[in-house]
Design a protein around this ligand. Structure first.
Ligand code: ZN
Length: 673
């Protein structure tokens, strides 16, 4: 490194010296240099092109028709036909009209629109082709010069969706399609998207079923379904799951507000749900309605894909959610429980995230930047309720959730990145890294506001219970903060002080300082007071919890994170190496292949035996043969700590009380404001 810096500074020195010589030389070749240099002006920036029209809160005249053909399964192509009526001033005078492809997608908290997949764009008016020009700054904006007297544009284009995971998230397989309207629509710039009306239509593969929060407008015509007109906000928020193998389960409560579990699967036998399993999903709706004392939907559709072919997803919406689970979600119920907080998490978002939203995360359209400073509430508290509601509903047992909490506590307390980066800074991660793989995630930190946020809210919940002598809890915060305007799904924004105020209304305390310390300050340890306050503590034993076993099976990894400091994925490839761990000290990195341990081909169970044998003080160092591309090298790790897996120990009744079902009748209110 130092050699390179030396070389660079020498080179700069030579060039500067020549310029100085040239400037002072009285004649000859150097003079010519001097004349050239003085004649040449420095570059200046060109002005940027005019900005795309700013969204205004005024109605867009007319309804846009949008038809999606979802039948080209072999080529994974979605084809769109869109008819856009033009505003009166454009009809009268003609001129520039700008169409936008959505980029800032709610729930992703980042500009993740799939503009790279848009193809075949053609724009016509009255049967004549009109040329378009892409904005060179906002590359998701298309400018069209509309001739005077044009009443509407006929726009056609395709979404060239990934044919394999190498190109991105797969949304079409031979038995499933996931239509996300944000990916298959163009909309006029210059308007709040709640002010633009769409009439959507979809052509499905023959004989397939579908689930969505949209409602059909009239009878299905062949394989074509026309949906009732909705605002663009509602359309973008109402994706579709369509599949060859599909079942619907009714989760409606006594209040008669329709709630449906729509499940599609790679194979028909994966849909074999038992009555007990569906009962737990119905109880999820019941427990959530009791917790929040309200709901913010007219009807709700869980969309669930049980698949290893369609790209994974967990995405919240007001009146639906997109979820994916393992093929054994129902058929290997006891082994796949580690994935069963997902529906509870996404359902919670209907209250926390969709209805109540951090003010800087709300935007007027889908091409305006969002900021994530409130994600420790939006995602952190949702992560908390996701596990709590999963336990209350019986989707997971209380001990399974306690084991999950132990894992979270161990991972985040050991997160080395917390020594340089406050939690609040990780709320920028959706924009910074957009979930790209990281070499050193435990040092970089990555969206830690989810799980560390979960620990903060356990901390808050247990403190409210203690201060109020168990008369109040975070349940009260949930019903007051998220339960306003029952029945409405008009987004209600908030800021830090609103959260503090709502907590104080439940239980007076210096919540501003409490939250500030945990969210904004650098702290050596994760907030684990939620455990100690209930008489529980984090311990490590040599046996993995059932949760870690389930989690590892689902993710195809073997966990040595808290012993040698890595996890091993498929084919022996290291999935993660923890910063500061024994493996890190030895220079091991992720994506290396673990070929052999102590001279024997790598086997997960053998490595466990080796780690256990190395426990004795005179135990020999552990030798790992690693392959890194075409290079092989051996590292030696001196480690006597044995196998280590996180668990909770001590009194469990405090946590059990939080995780126990809440009694009472389902919320009956369906009043819309
Ligand atoms: Zn979430």
């Amino acid at each position: 490194m130092s050699l390179r810096i030396h070389f660079l500074s020498s080179a700069v020195g030579v060039c500067a010296g020549m310029l100085v010589m040239a400037a002072v030389a009285p004649h000859g070749l150097s003079k010519a240099y001097a004349a050239d240099a003085s004649a040449q002006s420095q570059p200046e920036p060109l002005p940027l092109p005019p900005s795309v029209p700013i969204p205004q809160d005024v109605p867009y005249g007319g309804t846009i028709s949008l038809k999606v053909d979802a039948t080209d399964l072999p080529r994974h192509i979605l084809s769109m036909q869109e008819t856009i009526p033009l505003p009166a001033n454009v009809v009268e005078k003609g001129g520039n009209f700008t169409l936008l492809y959505p980029m800032w997608l709610p729930g992703n908290h980042s500009p993740t629109g799939t503009i790279d997949q848009l193809g075949g764009l053609k724009i016509q008016a009255g049967g004549k082709q009109i040329s378009w020009v892409r904005d060179t700054v906002s590359v998701s904006a298309f400018h069209v010069q509309v001739p005077k007297g044009t009443h509407q544009l006929e726009v056609s284009y395709q979404l060239l969706t990934p044919v394999s995971p190498k190109e991105g998230r797969v949304v079409m397989t031979d038995v499933m399609v996931n239509v996300q309207w944000s990916a298959v629509s163009l909309y006029p710039a210059g308007y709040f998207t709640r002010q633009i009306q769409f009439k959507p239509q979809v052509v499905f593969p023959a004989g397939w079923s579908y689930g969505t929060a949209l409602r059909a407008d009239g009878a299905q015509s062949g394989n074509t379904v026309t949906f009732k007109p909705v605002s663009f906000n509602v359309l973008e928020d109402s994706p579709i799951f369509s599949g060859k193998y599909f079942r619907k389960f009714d989760l409606t409560q006594d209040d008669k507000v329709p709630v449906t579990l729509n499940v599609m699967a790679d194979r028909p036998e994966d849909l074999a749900a038992t009555d007990e399993q569906i009962k737990a999903h119905r109880e999820l709706v019941h427990q959530a309605n009791l917790l929040f004392g309200s709901h913010h939907y007219d009807h709700y559709d869980f969309l669930l894909a049980l698949t290893d072919k369609l790209g994974g997803i967990g995405l919240e919406h007001h009146q639906s959610s997109e979820n994916s689970g393992p093929r054994g979600y129902f058929t290997h119920w006891d082994k796949t429980f580690a994935a069963r907080d997902l529906l509870a998490h996404e359902f919670t978002h209907s209250w926390n995230g969709k209805y109540r939203r951090p003010a800087d995360l709300w935007a007027a359209n889908f091409n305006t930047p969002q900021r994530g400073s409130g994600l420790w509430v939006y995602e952190g508290q949702t992560q908390y309720w996701g596990y709590v509601l999963a336990a209350r509903a019986g989707l997971m047992t209380a001990p399974q959730v306690e084991d999950a909490l132990a894992e979270v506590a161990a991972v985040y307390d050991g997160r080395q990145g917390r020594t340089w980066r406050p939690l609040i800074d990780t709320t920028n991660d959706p924009i910074i890294s957009q979930r790209a793989p990281q070499s050193w995630r435990s040092w970089s930190r990555s969206e830690d506001y989810y799980s560390e946020g979960q620990l903060i809210w356990l901390d808050v919940d247990t403190l409210i219970r203690k201060l109020s002598d168990n008369k109040k809890s975070l349940n009260n915060f949930a019903s007051t903060f998220f339960g306003t305007h029952n029945g409405s799904f008009v987004t209600s924004t908030y800021q830090f002080d609103d959260v503090v105020q709502a907590l104080n209304a439940v239980q007076p305390y210096d919540w501003a300082t409490f939250l500030h310390q945990r969210v904004y300050d650098i702290r050596d340890h994760a907030p684990l007071d939620g455990f100690t306050r209930t008489g529980t503590r984090l311990v490590f034993t040599e046996k993995p919890s059932d949760y870690i076993t389930s989690y590892s099976t689902l993710r195809h990894v073997t966990d040595f994170l808290f012993s040698l400091g890595f996890s091993v994925g498929k084919k022996g490839v290291l999935a993660e190496v923890l910063w500061g761990s024994p493996a890190w000290q030895a220079g091991v990195t992720r994506d290396q292949e673990l070929v052999a341990v102590n001279g024997q081909a790598y086997d997960a169970d053998d490595l466990k035996d080796v780690i256990t044998a190395a426990k004795s003080k005179d135990g020999a160092p552990i030798s790992l043969l690693l392959r890194d591309g075409d290079s092989f090298h051996t590292v030696s790790i001196t480690y006597h700590g044995g196998l280590r897996y996180p668990h909770l120990d001590g009194k469990m009744d405090g946590l059990a009380a939080i995780l126990a079902p809440v009694g009472g009748q389902p919320s009956a209110a369906d009043h819309k404001e």
